[in-house]
Design a binder for this molecule. Sequence first.
Ligand SMILES: [Cu+2]
Length: 165
Amino acid sequence: MLKQLILSVFIILFCSCGGTEKTPSNKVSSESKSDLVNKNKPITSIVVRGIGNTMAEMAFDKKEIKVKRGTIVELKLINEAIESSMVHNLVITKKGKADAIGMDAISLKDQNYIPDSPDIIAATDLAKPGETVILNFEAPAPGTYEFMCTFPGHHQKMRGVFIVE
Ligand SMILES: [Cu+2]
């Protein structure tokens, strides 16, 4: 009985030590990222900037994004605009679906302009001017996809090709 008690205390102490070592204080990852990283997949880091301050100038600084199959994509969207109307996101869709998703999105302010659609692979939050948003997701099957901003009026100008190789 006493031995069991001592053993229990030992196990509790041992476990709490181990737990402390596994969570260093400098860890800044979000919980969802940790979950993905725990799958031990390599990470593809992508940075895309939203540039321009008018409907005529606005653009993504990339027309093409390439990622490796079987990786976790860490997508960082940096909105470099200063004009308040320049709110952006980055939505990845199946090939040929960007126009339809972009049109559906226009009226969906309550959903941050993200339609409920199986044709959407991944979507960031909205980034206001000066903001950066980060999204982690598993690379979909190898192939060609599209990406765009679904903020109303932006999808035809702010778009490109997302390729999984
Ligand atoms: Cu936009």
